[in-house]
Design a protein around this ligand. Structure first.
Ligand code: HEM
Length: 78
């Protein structure tokens, strides 16, 4: 099934502060991390949800395997 496309502005509202959902984009796919205790209020170490964090993954002490347990909710508009 095709995922809905969201703009950067729509993603930005899902930052854990403005709307109840907490979303993060990685390599064009938006994941819902609302259930994660590690993303509470949209904050994950020094990173904020509601944006594309593809480049920032290289700073993380983990790989992109961390996204496996989360459902993609959409794609990021380019
Ligand atoms: C300074 C940078 C970062 C630190 C110190 C950090 C640290 C951690 C730690 C300790 C965990 C849990 C253990 C593990 O799964 O290995 C974790 C999970 C996770 N991280 Fe990061 N991380 C960083 C950056 C990022 C970035 C940039 C992203 C997104 C591109 C990200 C996405 C995630 C996700 C989705 C999880 C899984 C959360 C869960 O299972 O509830 N992290 N991170």
């Amino acid at each position: 099934m095709e995922l809905p496309i969201y703009t950067k502005q729509q993603l930005a509202l899902r930052n854990g502060q403005d709307k109840p959902q907490i979303w993060v984009a990685f390599k064009g796919v938006i994941y819902d991390v609302s259930e994660s205790r590690l993303w509470r209020n949209g904050k994950h170490y020094e990173h904020w949800a509601g944006q594309d964090l593809t480049e920032e993954l290289s700073d993380a002490p983990h790989t992109d395997a961390v996204f496996e347990k989360f459902n993609p909710v959409g794609r990021l508009d380019v």
